[in-house]
Design a protein around this ligand. Structure first.
Ligand code: FAD
Length: 390
């Protein structure tokens, strides 16, 4: 008899796997359980919606109901799995015990604000990591009935993209971060001083008020306004705060079940297998042979490989040399961070159009970062760079 598949998570990993498996096994029983609405949407579009004034429905390719029908699966939206028992092979959902055959954990990564958010600030302080979050922030913007003053905390990929998108949508945006330049993870020193500064200047030119090298001391309410106290004594007034200070893999279910996890995610092999037979992990929650890239291309490659494995052909995943595009139209950035410390960074170009090439001591390309018009070199350079996971 065909083993059934239970999938936890309806992000791009969960849906990607369901689609890939359906191509191989049209009739295999699949149950998709998800804490959110279960709508099928592309997460990268979230940080491009405010400039175009897109309503949340415009970002969903399919409602949960339509997706379930199209993929011929049982969908359980707004259902949180509380625990996983790998010995009894059941999931705990409240008092319910749900048996499983094959199980895939695609529980993604959760925002991690660096401070506790006081309950009195609910409805004013947000993170936007899924379509439900976008709905809530969009509703708060709409309720104001005028352009909002938004304080974005964090200057990584997500913070920069939302800052650019919101300012392009006509809102007044301030961006606060302890780093001296944006994109510190993608553009480590010495790139921050050169390429990061180019992006910072472009964001400022687009109208974003930058408070870099500053931490947030306190968030409070001052009459109807939010007050954001910075550690240099500066206080900003805002209507809304958007916290974009990074994501951590949601490993709690796996950790409590005794599966191997680390800060980088649930440990799986190249076939996305945990040490327990029939339990796999995929997407932002999975650390594959020591690598958790937290981008779309790796999870798509993982979904294809895992579908083949589940359909009976054990298939190891491979990751190519995939550069990350930062969607900041005021100054596009592409980065492929080197996996080992390079012998040198060679910086070419001028003005906003820069290419930084990471090389080993024999001049071989290990990674790169590009800004402005140099992003056109992305394909040519990616061909010469080493893959993320061979
Ligand atoms: P998620 O989308 O986080 O899905 C996790 C799912 O698990 C959710 O459905 C959740 O409800 C469910 N879940 C969690 N715990 C439970 C539980 N206990 N019970 C039931 N359900 C549970 N990557 C790129 O490559 N290019 C980009 O341009 C890009 N832009 C981005 C822009 C933004 C604003 C963000 C936030 C990310 C961006 N990324 C980008 C990253 C990319 O979107 C993610 O890597 C990818 O979407 C992760 O998908 P996922 O399915 O692993 O996780």
């Amino acid at each position: 008899m065909t083993r059934s598949l239970t999938l936890i998570g309806s992000g791009m990993a969960g849906f990607g796997l369901a689609r890939a498996l359906r191509r191989l096994q049209p009739e295999r029983p699949i149950t998709l359980i998800t804490a959110d609405s279960g709508d099928d949407y592309s997460k990268p579009l979230l940080s491009t919606g405010f400039a175009k004034g897109l309503a949340p429905e415009a970002l969903a390719a399919d409602s949960a109901l339509d997706a379930a029908e199209r993929l011929n699966l049982v969908m359980r939206p707004r259902t949180r799995v509380d625990a996983l028992d790998p010995v009894a092979r059941e999931l705990h959902i409240g008092a319910e015990r749900l048996p499983f055959d094959d199980l895939v954990l695609a529980t993604g990564a959760a925002p991690q604000p660096p401070f506790a958010i006081d309950a009195t600030l609910a409805g004013r302080v947000f993170t936007i990591n899924d379509l439900d979050d976008y709905r809530a922030f969009h509703a708060a913007l709409t309720a104001l009935g005028r352009p909002a003053r938004v304080a974005v905390i964090g200057a990584g990929l997500v913070g920069c993209e939302y800052a650019n998108d919101l300012v392009a949508g006509g809102h007044a945006v301030a961006m606060i971060a302890p780093e001296r330049a944006p994109l510190a993870r993608l553009l480590p020193e010495p790139l921050g001083r050169v390429l990061g500064r180019v992006l910072g200047a472009a964001l400022a030119g687009a109208g974003v008020e930058l408070h870099l090298g500053r931490g947030v001391g306190e968030l409070g309410l001052d009459g109807g306004d939010l007050s954001v106290a910075l550690d240099d004594g500066h206080v900003l007034d805002a209507d809304l705060v958007l916290v974009a200070t990074g994501l951590v893999p949601r490993t709690e279910l796996a950790a409590a079940a005794g599966l191997a996890v680390s800060e980088a995610g649930i440990q799986v092999d190249r076939c996305l297998r945990t040490a327990v037979e029939g339990i796999h992990a995929l997407g932002d929650v999975a650390c594959v042979d020591g690598v958790n890239a937290m981008y779309v291309q790796p999870l798509q490659a993982g979904a294809r490989a895992l579908a083949a494995t589940l359909a009976g052909t054990p298939t190891a995943v491979r990751y190519g040399p995939w550069p990350v595009l930062v969607k900041t139209p005021c100054c596009p950035v592409v980065a492929l961070p080197p996996r080992v410390t390079p012998a040198r960074w060679r910086i070419e170009g001028e003005g906003d159009d820069l290419a930084a090439l990471a090389e080993d001591d024999r001049g071989r390309l290990l990674g790169f970062a590009l800004t402005g018009r140099c992003v056109r070199r992305k394909v040519e350079l990616a061909r010469a760079a080493p893959p993320l996971l061979i």
